[in-house]
Design a protein around this ligand. Structure first.
Ligand code: SAM
Length: 282
């Protein structure tokens, strides 16, 4: 009979966040596959867990994956752990699960610590619909394309980011999304845990003065209905064109927006909002 693969979440800071089931599982498996064995040995020693440990990480996941599958087929049970949090979430695990599913090997995930879920529920942003986007790539062009693809997404957007890239990321976000609400969830479950609930421009200003330290989850407000409506309207070249044309004829704000609204059969309020956005350039 085949063994089973267990995905075991480990603490993202506070060691007390390991669950009893995870401890029991780590104590009973035949083998633990860890992202970085040195990091995990500290945790395993702390909890006096003595199962054999082997490495399983981004750059050995192909050959090590096959090795682990062979062991599972021989009937061994294997637990996957990473440096912190839930395996498979911006961490190794996903490929091994896929291989197990393909081979008909049972997979069980144990619930437990995960930085983005922890940050989301305390952020104050809508939790009903969200998109977890993980880490953005370091390539500037691809980053911007990734962010642009999310411009019309109304869900709360969640990102992981390293402290030394935080400022560049906030700056790119401000360029693409405008000044939306953002929550920076830092050092969760640790001594200096902090939620900074602010806007992109203020966050950028703050971190330009205070170098970011620690681990961050960035949670960004989704596009509002208002954003989408204005964007749709701005996409109609005629609305802006007409405002400019009639402004040149000398029409004042009220007459100008009424006339354009009538001509385009659009709500006056929308045309007036667009007028406010562009009035300095008329
Ligand atoms: N598998 C992990 C999980 O379940 O959240 C994520 C691993 S990913 C390699 C590491 C990133 O997660 C960090 O760069 C940071 O964005 C986020 N993270 C991990 N621990 C955190 C913490 N204690 N506070 C805030 N963010 C954290």
């Amino acid at each position: 009979m085949y063994g089973k693969l267990y995905l075991c979440p480990t603490p993202i800071g506070n060691l007390k966040d390991i669950t009893l089931r995870t401890l029991e599982c780590l104590q009973s498996v035949d083998l633990i596959a860890a992202e970085d064995t040195r990091v995990s040995m500290k945790l395993l020693n702390h909890f006096e867990i003595q199962a054999p440990i082997t490495s399983y990480y981004e750059h050995n996941k192909r050959e090590k994956g096959h090795y682990l599958i062979e062991k599972l087929k021989e009937g061994q049970s294997i637990a996957v752990i990473t440096d912190a949090g839930m395996p498979g979430i911006s961490d190794p695990g996903e490929d091994l699960v896929r291989m197990c599913v393909k081979e008909g090997i049972a997979v069980e995930a144990l619930p437990g610590p995960c930085a983005f879920a922890t940050a989301l529920v305390a952020s104050g942003l809508p939790t009903g619909r969200f998109a977890f986007e993980g880490f953005l790539t370091v390539n500037k062009k691809n980053r911007l394309e990734h962010l642009q693809s999310l411009m019309e997404d109304t869900r709360t957007l969640i990102f992981y980011e390293a402290p030394h890239k935080l400022r560049a990321t906030l700056s790119d976000m401000l360029t693409v999304f405008g000044d939306r609400k953002v929550v920076l969830a830092r050092e969760l479950t640790k001594k200096f845990e902090e939620y900074y609930r602010t806007t992109l421009s203020e966050a950028l200003h703050y971190y330009e003065e205070t170098p970011p330290k620690g681990e961050f989850v960035i949670l960004l407000e989704g596009a509002s209905e208002e954003d989408l409506r204005l964007k749709e309207l701005a996409a109609l070249p005629s609305a802006e064109e007409l405002l400019r044309r009639y402004a040149k004829e000398g029409l004042r704000a009220k007459e100008l927006t009424n006339r354009v609204a009538e001509e385009l059969k659009q709500p006056k309020r929308d045309i007036y909002d667009l007028y406010l956005k562009i009035k300095e350039t008329l």
